[in-house]
Ligand binder design. Structure first.
Ligand code: UDP
Length: 342
């Protein structure tokens, strides 16, 4: 296939590019480089299998995106390009609506102009907001009611796709999409080429690993009074390679007219304190831990019921050991202490 990967130089997007190239696809990777790293793309060039084209372009640049889609006969899109920090989205909501929602409108206009037939969208469990107690683990049928601008932009993305699909159906144009609702994504490519490099880094596992490396003076625990066994938030951490594998399976399964939504997680939750303990065990490093106030926009407990994708497509996470997930990220941070800037 000829696949456009938006956000192809970002953390998850670059892992998807790597996998698609290995599978022999032609990949057009787009990235504005606002948060992505061209060096991730450079690391993927040698011996990559399929054909890789990279363009520095924001998805908001509709005409440029449309031109590239035509030039490379793109039939399939994986849309990762987005801002992805819940706390930041609360502080800078319009930045999120501009990048995530407007960016997606613009991308979909280009896709529909050239007749893209399949689209796999990075959605999020943040679209569920605070799920009712009796709906954790969370199934896809849980009501979607986000409590952060980030979650809102992802829900808007799903709505855009639903409505576009209806328009394409009426116009008798083939189109299919899947919204993949990620829980927390962690770890790094186990061949040691790619990893996570955000600036600023706000996600828990990389933050704790940076503290273990001595690159920050300890870790803050945001909220210790949640209604959970140890008072800290519980999340479901899925290895990035498993996440990408789900994308590939979904892409291969999509048939014209399909509208699918799948939760992607391992189906088990860990608290912030459990993550900190696991990082201490893996790294054998010690570091300061500060208990702080809750971070706005954080639901107490989110972990997936991922049985729908298991039953329909036979996908389930293969790397389910938390230590193994953290170990892969630790390898990346030790070998690339300054990320791609090294
Ligand atoms: N968290 C924390 N300290 C940090 C970063 C995150 O206590 O330095 C908490 C955060 O409040 C949330 C959980 O860890 O409860 C996971 O946060 P992350 O930002 O990694 O992912 P999110 O679930 O927001 O997508």
């Amino acid at each position: 296939m000829n696949v456009l990967v938006t956000g192809g130089a970002g953390y998850i997007g670059s892992h998807a590019v790597q996998r698609l190239l290995r599978d022999g696809h032609t990949v057009l990777a787009l990235d504005s480089l606002l948060r992505g790293h061209e060096k991730a793309i450079d690391r993927l060039r040698p011996g990559s299998g399929g054909r890789l084209i990279f363009a520095k372009l924001d998805v908001n640049e509709r005409a440029g995106v449309e031109r590239l889609l035509r030039e490379h006969s793109i039939d399939t899109v994986m849309h990762f390009a987005a801002l992805a920090a819940v706390g930041e989205s609360v502080d800078q909501p319009l930045f999120y609506y501009r990048n995530n929602t407007s960016g997606m409108v613009s991308l979909l206009e280009a896709c529909s102009a050239v007749g893209v037939e399949r689209l796999v969208f990075s959605s999020s469990c943040a679209t569920y907001g605070v799920p009712p107690e009796n709906m954790v683990p969370i199934p896809e049928t849980c009501p979607q009611s986000p409590i952060s601008p980030y979650g809102e932009t992802k829900l808007q993305g799903e709505r855009l796709l639903r409505d576009l699909a209806e328009g394409q159906r009426r116009a008798k144009k083939p189109f299919a999409y899947a919204a993949l609702r990620y829980f927390n994504v962690a770890g790094a490519d186990r061949t040691g080429v790619l990893g996570e490099d955000h600036d600023p880094e706000t996600h828990l596992i990389p933050v704790v690993l940076q503290a273990a490396l001595g690159r920050r003076d300890g870790v803050s625990v945001f909220g210790t009074d949640y209604p959970t066994p140890d008072g800290t938030c519980i999340r479901d951490y899925l290895h990035v390679e498993d996440l990408v594998d789900a994308h590939v399976r979904v892409m291969d399964a999509l048939k014209p007219g399909d509208e699918r939504a799948y939760n992607l997680g391992i189906g088990k939750g860990y608290s912030v304190r459990e993550i900190i303990s696991a990082v201490r065990e893996v790294t054998k490093a010690d570091f300061a831990v500060r208990e702080q106030a809750r971070r706005p926009g954080d639901p107490p407990r989110l972990f997936a019921d991922a049985s729908r994708i298991r039953m329909e497509l036979g996908w389930s996470a293969q790397i389910t050991d938390l230590h193994e997930i953290i170990e892969s990220a630790w390898k990346w941070f030790r070998q690339n202490p300054k990320g791609y800037g090294a």
